[in-house]
Design a protein around this ligand. Structure first.
Ligand code: ATP
Ligand code: MG
Length: 253
């Protein structure tokens, strides 16, 4: 299954992406985590050592220029179908049985550009989506740019992370039609940072027919994991069992 995680900034995409990866792994499945946020931090949340020093592929300017065959005297001319099939295996790292590739992304301001970086990234996504025998979990950047760029097309499932706020629902209303338009077949919601029945009702009353895959409580453990870097401790927290339930639903969707 190829799963994308989207949503408003700061709703918990990266935290939930990491927990979803662990839950899939605990079910005995192979997992490739893909960090597609410009602010790459999925590696840290997955407990990768020195995660901060992993260079996102999008920043490998020489590699991209070389593969895209960008002409030095005319940078507007480059290959539309670059040779990249060796790239995933070259840059995938592994920690405690979970694989990770840090792609990064072209910054939002350039989202519409037909620059070589965007074309490279899109081809790389297609390449990754074609990988077999692996569940893929992509932590996308906040907002909708990645949907406009088409990097999320061909995914089996998009999970939109919400928190019980009106602003997060505004994001849902922007993300959903775009995700639908680019042909993502299954779209559902996980609501994070729940503190009361009122929060739950707020979410249920505002997501229409969208399937609610999970309700994840607000938990101090998430904040502490983020403070002391001991993300593994989250496995003992209630949020992990709630995410595991959501993943069971996802696999039976
Ligand atoms: N269930 C939760 N309870 C309490 N805090 C949480 C919960 N989930 C996430 N957080 C905290 O909320 C903050 C934002 O989480 P996270 O970085 O996962 O969000 P994000 O959507 O990936 O953000 P960004 O859009 O910046 O990439 C972090 O400090 C994280 O520890
Ligand atoms: Mg994030």
């Amino acid at each position: 299954m190829k799963i994308g995680i989207a949503g408003k900034g700061g709703v918990g995409k990266t935290t939930l992406a990491a927990l979803i990866c662990w839950a899939l792994k605990d079910l005995g499945l192979n997992v490739l985590a893909v960090d597609a946020d410009p602010d790459t931090n999925l590696g840290s949340a997955l407990g990768f050592l020195n995660a901060g020093s992993i260079i996102p592929i999008i920043q490998m300017k020489d590699l991209i220029k070389q593969r895209m065959e960008v002409k030095r005297d005319n940078p507007g001319i480059y290959k539309l179908n670059p040779q990249i099939d060796d790239i995933p295996d070259k840059f995938i790292k592994e920690h405690l049985g979970i694989k990770l590739i840090v792609m990064g992304t072209v910054k939002a301001g350039n989202s519409g550009c037909a620059c070589p970086e965007n074309t490279f990234l899109k081809r790389l996504f297609h390449q990754i989506v074609l990988r077999e025998n692996e569940h893929i979990v992509v932590d996308f950047e906040a907002g909708v740019e990645h949907l406009g760029r088409g990097t999320a097309a061909k995914f089996d499932h998009l999970i939109i992370v919400l928190e019980p706020t009106g602003l997060s629902l505004e994001s849902l209303r922007r993300i959903y039609p775009l995700a639908h338009d680019i042909g993502i077949k299954n779209i559902s919601v996980i609501a994070n940072r729940i503190t009361s029945d009122k929060d739950i009702n707020f979410i249920r009353n505002n997501i229409g027919d969208l399937q609610l895959l999970g309700l994840i409580d607000f938990s101090r453990a998430c904040i502490e994991a983020n403070q002391d870097g001991n993300w593994e401790a989250l496995k003992k927290d209630k949020v992990y069992s709630q995410v595991k339930d959501a993943v069971e639903k996802l696999l039976n969707f």
